[in-house]
Write a protein that binds this ligand. Structure first.
Ligand SMILES: *Cc1c(COP(=O)(O)O)cnc(C)c1O
Length: 359
């Protein structure tokens, strides 16, 4: 029997809304690495087991592929010829790629000037019809909901229920690998679809007897875009972590239920904390995630240090997107990087090596 991995719908088809005749639109998404951190727990001097689920290794570089394979598969099954989304970048990249794969059209609305370079390159390259709006994600989302009532397009934002169905499989993978659910699962929160989807995945795993425990779900927001901390919508969200620059979360009620049922919590990080965590993770563990993703680990470390997450805990942090998505923010943070310009001679290269190995 072939063991070739052909994507998460095929692997988890018994737990997803497909049947044997469904044409699967897949790019081999899912099955991402769960990396155990070695140096971070040592550096903070706490006895905790921290894993990062590196979703940046999905086909278009973010967890959005998990939801998009399902949403586009169902759109095609239902006869749709076009999909549409509002996006801070990663949803548009995923929508564009899966639409190309399916041979249908993707329309994407993105906030002008507020989308990371890699994500814009992807939407262009995969051939989406791009509408840059003079407005933010939340305004784009309202427009998408309205226009879908007047034009033959399927919405593939996370209000499309198939998105969360696909995304819940990340929890299945974690339970499979650990043999249990973690004690804490930490995620960055924007629209709060992913935290909702993970909880769905964990509760289903529990119900089917694959895990005999459930994690506390912890959602971290950027301080300038933290409606869950404010207890109300935020009208001009601002953060360097553009993927979570959202003031009107589409899964607001669902995420509050997740917080209550799982006995977890929400918290916020400043942009400085987010960027410092992103760089620390890259430099101490060799894992490069995008800024928004680092909110999960930055928040978890803070809560471990404070004792809110006790020693002995097993923690999973979702790294939602790949660091290569946002090269501008990365380079801007590394202006003091160890880079020298030298002549192309053996002696200069040798000198540079010896100088950097002193001490
Ligand atoms: C979409 C996204 C998020 C936010 O996920 P929600 O489901 O909207 O809460 C976080 N990080 C990255 C990189 C994303 O692309």
């Amino acid at each position: 029997m072939s063991t070739r991995y052909t994507g998460l719908i095929n692997k988890y088809r018994d737990h997803l809304p497909v049947n044997d005749d469904t044409r699967l639109i897949s790019l081999g998404e899912g099955n991402t690495p769960l990396i155990r951190l070695n140096n971070v727990p040592r550096a903070i001097g706490k006895d905790v087991d921290i894993y990062v689920k590196y979703e940046g290794l999905n086909p278009t570089g973010s967890f959005k592929d998990r939801g998009m394979t399902m949403a586009v598969t169902k759109a095609v099954e239902e006869g749709s010829k076009a999909i549409i989304c509002a996006s801070t970048g990663n949803t548009s990249a995923a929508a564009a790629a899966y639409a190309a794969r399916a041979g249908i059209t993707a329309f994407v609305l993105i906030p002008e000037g507020k989308i990371a370079m890699g994500k814009l390159a992807q939407a262009m390259m995969y051939g989406a019809v791009i509408m840059q709006i003079r407005g933010n994600f939340d305004e784009g989302m309202n427009l998408v909901k309205e226009v879908a009532e007047h034009a033959p397009v399927t919405i593939v934002n996370s209000i499309n229920p198939y998105r969360l169905q696909g995304q819940k499989t990340a929890a299945f993978e974690i339970v499979e690998e650990l043999g249990t659910a973690p004690d804490y699962h930490c995620l960055p929160v924007g629209n709060a679809g992913n935290i909702t989807a993970h909880w769905m995945g964990y509760t289903e795993s529990h119900k089917h007897g694959f895990a005999n425990n459930l994690p506390k779900m912890v959602g971290y927001q950027a301080a300038g875009a933290a409606p869950f901390m404010r207890g109300q919508m935020v009208h001009n969200p601002e953060t360097v972590a553009t993927a979570i620059r959202i003031g009107v979360p589409q899964s607001w009620d669902k995420a509050w239920n997740v917080q209550k049922e799982s006995e977890g919590w929400f918290d916020e990080l400043t942009d400085e904390e987010i960027l410092a965590t992103q760089k620390m993770l890259a430099q101490t563990e060799g894992v490069f995630c995008e800024p928004a993703s680092a909110a999960s680990l930055g928040g978890a470390i803070r809560d471990v240090k404070a004792g809110k997450i006790p020693e002995g805990s097993k923690i999973v942090c979702t790294l939602t997107g790949n660091g290569l998505k946002d090269p501008d923010t990365a380079i801007a943070q590394c202006q003091n990087a160890e880079m020298v310009t030298i002549d192309a001679t053996l002696s200069d290269v040798k000198d540079a090596i010896l100088k950097n190995m002193e001490g």
